[in-house]
Write a protein that binds this ligand. Structure first.
Ligand code: API
Length: 272
């Protein structure tokens, strides 16, 4: 099976062109291929598939084999993969990609003839408890926050996949993410589990963050997570319409005017 390794700000995936492949247990394959000792090593598996509603279709699987509705870092590399391999003509200015969260549009950025970044329309954020999903007493969820028994204030945002964002005063490096992350990810109020983001406000245009991803653990970056961070931060009045989210693997730029789609811009690189 041919594969290509690519990463967006260090959030790395194995890409397989599955357009002519028979159905597989892709979740099981993702578990095996993602293992950093006995497999290729990655944050998951991304499949290139045909679509009748967009140029192509993307399916993504986490390290634990669970399927994610959307992957903001992965989709930038997906567009790079599709154009550089001629699956989509280079002359196009954008690539439309169908995902479980809906059709997304990716505009590649070039460094000479090579694509090294992209801007993605990530859809509108959603906040209703049923959209996250999160099972909450409606009276609490009105302000999109709740306290769970680690004394965390969480803001819930769906980018097609579920996110819980918390803002802390200490440097994010000091937060016990590997202890608390799994407990939030699997907390009973999240029927589909949740991606968990920890944020420290550097200033009104810059946020420092770490992410515990549903199904993959701490990753170097998370595109949908960065969108959820930018949205929550603007909602809470910490930042404005544009913010740089600084993650261990790199910086992602988020644009959101408070009503329309969220836009994500960041690097798209080969895995070597
Ligand atoms: N773990 C996520 C999927 C990957 C998202 C992340 N890698 C991104 O760049 O958006 C989930 O299960 O919802």
């Amino acid at each position: 099976m041919e594969f290509t390794k690519m990463h967006g700000a260090g959030n790395d995936y194995v890409y397989v062109d599955a357009r002519a492949m028979p159905e597989h247990d892709w979740g099981q394959l993702s578990q095996a291929i993602s293992d950093r000792h006995f497999g290729v090593g990655s944050d998951g598996l991304i499949l290139v598939m045909d679509s009748d509603v967009a140029d192509l279709k993307m399916r993504m699987f986490n390290v634990d084999g669970s399927e994610g509705e959307m992957c903001g870092n992965g989709i930038r590399c997906f567009a790079k993969y599709a154009i550089e391999r001629g699956i989509v003509p280079r002359s196009v200015g954008e690539v439309t990609i169908d995902t479980m969260a809906g059709v997304r549009t990716v505009v590649p950025r070039y460094d000479g003839s090579e694509i090294n970044a992209a801007r993605v329309s990530m859809g509108k954020p959603r906040f209703a408890p049923s959209d996250i999903p999160v099972n909450l007493d409606p009276a609490i969820s009105l302000n999109r926050q709740t306290i769970i028994n680690f004394r965390l204030f969480l803001t819930f945002v769906s980018m097609g996949n579920p996110h819980a964002v918390t803002f802390i005063d200490q440097p994010v490096e000091e937060f016990p993410l590997h202890n608390i992350g799994p407990l939030v990810e699997r907390h009973p109020i999240f029927p589909k589990r949740v991606n968990f983001e920890v944020v420290n406000i550097r200033d009104d245009g810059n946020l420092d963050a770490r992410v515990w991803e549903r199904g993959s653990g701490e990753t170097m970056a998370c595109g949908t997570g960065a969108c959820a961070i930018g949205v929550a931060s603007r909602l809470l009045g910490h930042t404005g319409d544009r913010v740089a989210v600084h993650l261990p693997g790199g910086t992602l730029t988020i644009d959101w005017d408070g009503t329309d789609e969220v836009y994500l811009e960041g690097p798209a690189g080969r895995g070597f």
